[in-house]
Design a protein around this ligand. Structure first.
Ligand SMILES: COC(=O)c1cc2cc(CO)sc2[nH]1
Length: 234
């Protein structure tokens, strides 16, 4: 199956980057189809206005609902379709996790709505919920100027899980947060040269003793997780 990804933003150029590296390869081999759209193409005034002052007062500007509604009509359609997943990256969203990425990797169509200014008129999200499957997703508790960078992060997390995308699917199995990895952080990695600037690769990794190597790696993962992410150990 081919996944279709649409991006709605006043900075569609952010998504040019999807033509390069692994994601570019996925585009080339037909696994994904990417379309970035300029929200201002659905405005009708000379200044291509997409924002206005917040009702009820407050600082900054809010994105007007009209351009979003017309963009939805043009890009997705006017008939409800729960098979379309619409994602609003937002700091007030539910935390985006690897399991959410796993679920989204089986979806045929995803539309990212990237806010700017203080955010999008809430009626846009409410309308979208009447039409499609909506996800308001947060990447973490920090502030960005818009949803574009978050949309790129979510895209990478999702697309790399599409069957046939990664050359070596085994490499997915051992990663942090992979299913069956009991939510442990990944152990430290080493490669040649064995000695580098006075630092040597841990001997056990050069022993060829697979049982001891697996034991060392598990211990390192447990120590690292306990130290950095006690929240994952409960
Ligand atoms: C107007 O700002 C946004 O639309 C916006 C989207 C996101 C996502 C963040 C990370 O969870 S911070 C942020 N700001």
């Amino acid at each position: 199956m081919t996944m279709r990804l649409d991006y709605l933003s006043i900075f569609p150029g952010y998504f040019d980057v999807l033509d390069i590296s692994l994601l570019g390869k996925a585009v080339d081999n037909g696994l994904v189809e990417v379309h970035a759209h300029d929200l201002r193409d659905w405005t009708h005034d000379r200044h291509r206005t997409v924002d206005d002052t917040p009702c009820g007062g407050g600082a900054g500007m809010v994105m007007k609902p009209d351009p979003w509604g017309e963009a939805f009509d043009g890009i997705i359609g006017i008939e409800p379709d729960p098979s379309v997943h619409v994602i609003f990256p937002t700091p007030s969203g539910i935390p985006f996790t690897q399991s959410a990425a796993q679920e989204l990797s089986t979806v045929e169509r995803v539309v990212f709505c990237c806010g700017r200014y203080e955010g999008i008129d809430h009626r846009v999200i409410d309308y979208a919920r009447t039409m499609w499957t909506v996800h308001e997703l947060s990447l973490g508790d920090y502030v960005l100027n818009g949803g574009e960078v978050a949309a790129l992060a979510i895209t990478e997390a999702v697309v790399r899980l599409i069957p046939g995308f990664m050359g070596n699917p085994e490499s997915l199995a051992e990663e942090s947060f992979s299913p069956g990895q009991e939510r442990l952080l990944e152990y430290p990695l080493f490669t040649r040269p064995v000695s580098w600037r006075g630092m040597d690769v841990p001997e056990v990794l050069m022993s060829g003793h697979h049982g001891r190597i697996a034991e060392w790696r598990r211990e390192e993962s447990l120590l690292l997780t306990r130290d950095r992410r006690p929240d994952l150990t409960d």
